[in-house]
Design a protein around this ligand. Structure first.
Ligand code: FAD
Ligand code: DLZ
Ligand code: SF4
Length: 516
């Protein structure tokens, strides 16, 4: 009996479900670099290089652990360049008697897995991906028991279930579930922030970088600098470095945005978590251990744990709960094409130019840049949510559909009509000014709503509310904002909307071919 075990690029975990309870002597692991996956959206060059190099290193690690690995390289002449094509070919090549896989992270690839039994003519088992702490079935049961799917309650239940940062079954450590009151400080000038550790590309990564430069020259972004870890050892080093150096200040400056400081005190571990080089359980344990050892304060530790145990599990749950058409939801009927500056960074808006510029350089921006700058502008401008989500899927090294759609369609664009969030994350220039140093360097004046130098976010914010009043006015959490709008004089309202119209008319649409 030979078991064929296909492993996907985001399943680079030695303890993967499909590898358990199988004798390596009777199994062949299949890993394949295929064009269809690298191009269904035109992924950022660094992301393809990261995944191919991490896959090649992981194949070596599996071999060292006693597994037989059949690794199909991108330039193998026989490569069919689809996952199903490679599974079918490998099943015949190895005279496999069964196929055993761990469920893919997205609907598109799950549909492929469902067809592998028929394609190979073999019994095929697709196992739940238990690297996540909450299974799809458990999330469905939780969602069915609630009227509104508030992350905070999901997170509290998980804290209780796992015992993470709990003193007793109903007693959160420190007496509170959430320490955000102590977090999110306005950043003082001149702080020195640590940089995440940088890993020199080895021979395997160099080969991959050359391959990507050759094969994906037209894709977004740059290959240089390439400093990501591509092995489990490297990912563990990055985690240890974060826990020791940045975690103690994680909460304080979580929402800060500072020119030239791309990483601040963020962990920069999402590429490793999402590809499987790190598991959420070990990351949470490392943070909790640091707290118990007295190396990190509770506000930072709880804030960080909430990101992984709360947000990460929650968005994955929402993705599957919402169904395969989630990507197409468009509750606010937003149809504007994405502006070209999302790809070029060429705009006088300093916040946008900095956030797009660092994304183009590093394939990384932190949460508040993604939400309150990049996403906020797209929503205020009424951009098509699916196109916005595609942009995110392309440009970030940690992007996969399961994490992108809830964060973009749900959290950032409010295109799911409130399934995920109780109100749109909309903000004017004032929020960006409080949390960043961008406005001081901008061609626009953040204090002005109208006039040639007025910050575009300000008029767009009010225009967004006015334009969407039939859908949003009844929202209790927006009541104060609508009251303020209603109190503006007719002239002030008309000037604001005219200002927004001028900004919107000047937006140059991006060539849609950038993403798909
Ligand atoms: P930290 O700020 O240090 O947080 C630690 C970890 O928490 C992250 O590594 C991540 O695993 C997890 N996390 C925190 N927030 C979220 C969240 N909302 N959803 C899922 N995980 C979360 N995260 C991705 O992993 N991939 C994406 O493609 C992605 N797209 C996003 C798009 C938008 C519009 C927004 C608002 C957020 C998005 N996020 C995404 C969530 C978050 O911005 C990133 O996880 C984070 O910036 C990664 O950097 P970090 O490791 O330094 O995170
Ligand atoms: C994102 C990606 C890329 C760029 N390339 C591959 C690949 O060559 N082989 C592979 O197995 N997976 C790849 N992936 C990941 C998939 O597109 C998809 O996101 C995951 O398989 C979902 O679980
Ligand atoms: Fe962005 Fe407005 Fe500030 Fe300029 S003034 S950086 S456009 S928020």
């Amino acid at each position: 009996m030979t078991t064929l075990i296909p492993i996907l690029a985001d399943q680079l975990t030695i303890g993967l479900a499909s590898l358990r309870d199988v004798d390596p002597a009777d199994a062949v692991i299949l890993m394949s670099e295929v064009r269809a996956e690298a191009t269904y959206v035109r992924h950022y060059k660094k992301k393809i290089a990261f995944l191919f190099s991490a896959m090649r290193h992981h194949a070596e690690a599996l071999r060292a652990a006693g597994w037989t690995v059949d690794y199909v390289r991108f330039d193998d002449p026989a490569n069919t360049h689809t996952l199903t094509g490679e599974v079918t070919r490998a099943a015949a090549r190895h005279r496999a008697t069964r196929v055993r896989a761990t469920e893919a992270g997205e609907w598109r690839v799950l549909a492929m897995q469902d067809a592998w039994g028929q394609a190979t003519g073999l019994p095929t088992a697709i196992l739940a991906d238990d690297r996540f702490l909450v299974s799809r079935a458990e999330f469905a049961a939780w969602a069915a028991s609630r009227k509104s799917l508030t992350m905070e309650y999901f997170y509290r239940e998980l804290r209780q279930r796992t015992g993470v940062l709990m003193d007793a079954p109903s007693a959160p450590t420190g007496g509170k579930w959430n320490f955000d009151h102590d977090n999110r400080k306005t950043p003082p000038h001149g702080l020195n922030y640590p940089l995440p550790p940088r890993f020199e590309p080895d021979a395997i990564t160099q080969d991959v970088l050359e391959l990507v430069a050759r094969e994906f020259a037209e894709h977004f972004g740059y290959l240089d600098p390439f400093w990501f870890a591509v092995t489990r050892e490297g990912a563990l080093e990055a985690l240890a470095d974060f826990i020791q150096i940045a975690l103690p200040r994680f909460g304080d400056y979580q929402d800060a945005m500072i020119t030239g400081q791309e990483f601040l005190c963020h962990a920069v571990i999402s590429p490793y978590l999402n590809s499987g080089l790190l598991t959420p359980r070990e990351v949470i344990a490392a943070a909790q251990d640091a707290y118990h050892a007295g190396d990190a304060p509770l506000n930072a530790t709880e804030g960080f744990v909430r990101q992984i145990l709360g947000w990460r599990e929650y968005v994955r749950g929402i993705y599957f709960h919402a169904g395969p058409d989630y990507h197409q939801r468009n509750a606010l009927d937003a149809t504007r094409p994405l502006p070209a500056f999302y790809w070029t960074g060429e705009t006088d808006m300093r916040c946008m130019a900095e956030s797009v510029g660092q994304t183009a350089r590093e394939a990384y921006a932190h949460h508040i840049q993604r939400l309150m700058v990049l996403g906020n502008f797209a929503m205020l401008a009424g951009c098509n949510p699916a196109e916005v989500s595609d942009w995110y899927l392309v440009v970030f090294i940690d992007a996969y559909e399961w994490v992108e759609d809830p964060n973009v369609i749900g959290m950032s664009q409010y295109a799911d009509g409130g399934l995920m969030g109780s109100k749109p994350y909309a903000g004017g220039g004032n929020y960006i000014n409080t949390m960043s140093d961008y406005c001081g360097r901008c061609a626009y004046n953040v204090k002005q709503r109208t006039g040639p130098k007025a910050c575009p976010f300000n008029a767009l914010y009010w225009d967004f509310l006015a334009r969407n009043a039939p859908k949003l006015r009844a929202n209790f959490r927006l009541r104060n904002m609508y009251t303020t709008w209603d109190r503006m004089s007719d002239i002030a309202q008309a000037e604001t909307r005219a200002q927004a119209a001028t900004t919107l008319a000047a937006l140059v649409p991006a060539d849609p071919g950038w993403a798909r």
